[in-house]
Design a protein around this ligand. Structure first.
Ligand SMILES: N=c1c2ncn([C@@H]3O[C@H](COP(=O)(O)OP(=O)(O)OP(=O)(O)O)[C@@H](O)[C@H]3O)c2ncn1[C@@H]1O[C@H](COP(=O)(O)O)[C@@H](O)[C@H]1O
Length: 121
């Protein structure tokens, strides 16, 4: 995958569909041939390998951001989202579940929510 350019116009109203389509591809490949599919290979390796990849990709996002490399941040974040979606699928969850949770939080201040669940003693 190239890191040459970031094209903001590529992010359209169908961006959400990209996640849904990728989730479908992951579901279709998870029981496939590990020699032909990276997704199948990860499912064959199991949860610990998936979680290791998420940790690695998160670290790569941190390094890219510390260096202020905007294109690299996008590239590494895409890796992180992809591997996070593998973990979701492992637990029979979908991006729609995460988006629903984000939607539930809309309009609720993070500080207000934190105060509600962490009363000062
Ligand atoms: N979006 C992705 C995607 N993002 C990253 N990767 C792969 O994730 C792997 C890990 O990336 P790294 O750069 O961390 O790997 P590495 O450092 O080179 O190697 P390791 O340290 O992991 O050994 C690479 O092989 C990437 O190609 C992806 N592999 C697949 N997809 C999607 O999944 C679909 C199905 O893929 P297959 O299952 O391979 O057909 C594809 O069509 C894509 O849409």
């Amino acid at each position: 995958m190239s890191t040459d350019a970031i094209d903001p116009s590529a992010a359209t109203a169908t961006s959400q569909d990209v996640l849904a389509r990728l989730a479908e591809v992951i579901a279709a490949r998870r029981d496939g041939d590990p020699d032909k599919s990276y997704v199948a290979r990860l499912f064959r390796k199991g949860t610990d390998s998936m979680l290791k990849k998420v940790g690695e990709e998160a670290t790569e996002v941190v390094i890219a951001a510390k260096d202020g490399q905007r294109e690299q941040i996008v590239y590494e974040m895409a890796d992180l989202w992809f591997h996070s979606m593998i973990v979701l699928a492992q637990f029979d969850l979908t991006p729609a579940d995460v988006l629903a949770e984000l939607q539930r939080r809309e309009g609720l201040s993070g500080l207000q929510e934190f105060a509600q669940r962490s009363p000062k003693t």
